[in-house]
Design a protein around this ligand. Structure first.
Ligand SMILES: *Cc1c(COP(=O)(O)O)cnc(C)c1O
Length: 467
């Protein structure tokens, strides 16, 4: 067998990647072609014969690039989507080239050690308990799933039931209490775990989306038995953070497990200025967060932490004769995730943390919050713009008032026009029944000029569509 030509396709990819990245400042943020064009340029029959790899890459770049949304841009503010740092992207390329299977330590000692080291750095950075366990998963969705699997195990074990062997059919009922504004991945995780969303008890939240502790106290008192409380650090709409210390205190008094969904908000703990907002977070039982959001690691990169490593392992661990597990003192990554074979996603996290350092992570988080404040200040003084929520962390929720009184329709039109123009790309939401525009500042490259240009685009379209 001939050695494959590694160089030409990898050089073509590297050139295309660098062109793309250098072009970020001038690229329209939204996709520039309709889906139908992409079906034409990318579609066709499965080829009978293969083609030259470098040519395949060049053709792919030409066909796909116009259909990319520039989420890497400093003026992309939709959903909560971070960019990627140079070190993270480069380490991610290597992760593919090395093609390690990060399930077992035996199979890739380097990837296993990198996860252990980066995991410990993250625990320190986020202020979590030293002995917490870590799992590297695809995203906060799977981090919530994994944490809630550990929680399911723990609360049922407390009731004398082993869910791993006996299943759920005749198990004691589990109640999951979550704030009214919790993220939908909690519901999905509960579905995947066989608990069913009927087990979900909604705790009321205030008008910024923070769980009302009084209502939680009332719900907890309603009934004893296996209970999981899902708190949130960073509401996906307005960035509000639940009163974690109080929630954890009352929940633990009822022997409930407390999980914190901190997909982006947990990163506030990495900055001295914002850390007080998360007071008490370290006393929870499990945490979910994303490295691909605020840490600006390429997809896919979620993280789950558990204060009780034995509960984490009890829900995830698997043993098989052929797998060659390591001795107990050596960590096998697969004992902490739902996957078997998987990408060595610790490398880009590790490289990003090394490249940024503690100071760099703190600066990144603080800068995004300062820029969100800047959005808030400029929008609050713009005629006809109304902030629906106070700016919290990196999130801004705004709507535009219509001359004809149909604020929802007008706000949606402003958003569509702005996205279409391509200066910036915020996304939509509905907050307490009102249509709104969500701006999430999560990219390491965003600067004040990006904010000013984006506000100008929003205000310009608001005026134009109102006249
Ligand atoms: C983004 C987000 C999630 C889901 O994260 P993925 O990385 O998309 O799986 C869960 N919870 C909150 C609060 C989020 O912001």
């Amino acid at each position: 067998m001939e050695t494959p030509d590694w160089d030409k396709p990898l050089e073509a990819a590297s050139r295309a990647a660098m062109d793309f990245l250098h072009g970020l400042p001038v690229r329209p943020v939204g996709a520039s072609v309709p889906r139908s064009d992409l079906l034409t340029s990318l579609g066709g029959e499965l080829p009978e014969e293969g083609s030259d790899a470098a040519e395949v890459i060049e053709t792919l770049v030409r066909a796909a690039e116009p259909g990319l949304v520039t989420t890497q841009s400093g003026r992309f503010f939709g959903f909560v989507i971070g960019g990627s740092t140079p070190a993270g992207i480069a380490a991610d390329w290597l992760t593919s080239a090395w093609d390690q299977n990060a399930g077992l330590s035996l199979l890739t000692p380097a990837a296993a050690v990198v996860e252990e080291v980066a995991g410990q750095w993250l625990i320190e950075l986020l202020g979590l308990p030293d002995n917490a366990s870590v799992g590297f998963v695809t995203g906060a969705m799977m981090a919530n799933f994994t944490a809630l699997a550990a929680a399911r195990h723990a609360v049922l074990a407390h009731a004398g039931w082993n869910v791993e062997t006996a299943g759920l059919a005749r198990a004691p009922h589990i109640r999951v209490l979550a704030g009214q504004d919790h993220h939908d991945t909690i519901d999905r995780a509960i579905r995947f775990l066989g608990l069913g969303t009927d087990c979900l008890v909604t705790v009321e939240s205030d008008d910024t989306g923070r769980m009302l502790v009084g209502d939680l106290v009332r719900e907890l008192a309603e009934r004893e038995g296996p209970t999981i409380v899902c708190a949130q650090a960073g509401c996906v709409n307005g960035g509000s953070i639940d009163p974690l210390a109080e929630i954890i205190d009352v929940a633990h008094r009822h022997s409930a497990w407390v999980h914190v969904d901190g997909a982006f908000g947990l990163w506030a703990a990495a900055t001295p200025a914002l850390k007080p907002l998360l007071a008490g977070v370290e006393r929870a039982d499990s945490w979910a967060t994303d490295a691909h959001k605020w840490l600006n690691v390429p997809y896919d990169s979620g993280l789950v932490f558990c204060a009780q490593p034995e509960q984490h392992r009890a829900s995830m661990q698997v043993r098989a004769a052929y797998l060659s597990h390591s001795e107990p003192s050596v960590r096998d990554p697969m004992d902490y995730n739902p996957e078997f074979s998987r990408r060595a996603r610790g490398f880009p996290v590790y490289a990003t943390l090394r490249a940024l350092g503690r100071r760099g992570v703190s600066d990144l988080v603080e800068r995004c919050c300062t820029l969100a404040e800047r959005f808030g200040e400029q929008l609050s003084t713009a005629d006809g713009a109304e902030l629906l929520l106070p700016v919290s962390l990196n999130q801004v929720v705004v709507r535009f008032l219509a001359a004809d009184g149909d604020h929802d329709a007008h706000t949606r039109s402003v958003l569509a026009a702005v996205q279409n123009e391509g200066v910036c790309w915020p996304s939509s939401t509905t907050w307490r029944g009102q249509a709104a525009i969500r701006i999430s500042v999560s990219n390491a490259t965003t600067d004040s000029a990006d904010v000013d240009a984006s506000v100008a685009s929003l205000v310009r379209w608001h005026r134009q569509l109102n006249s």
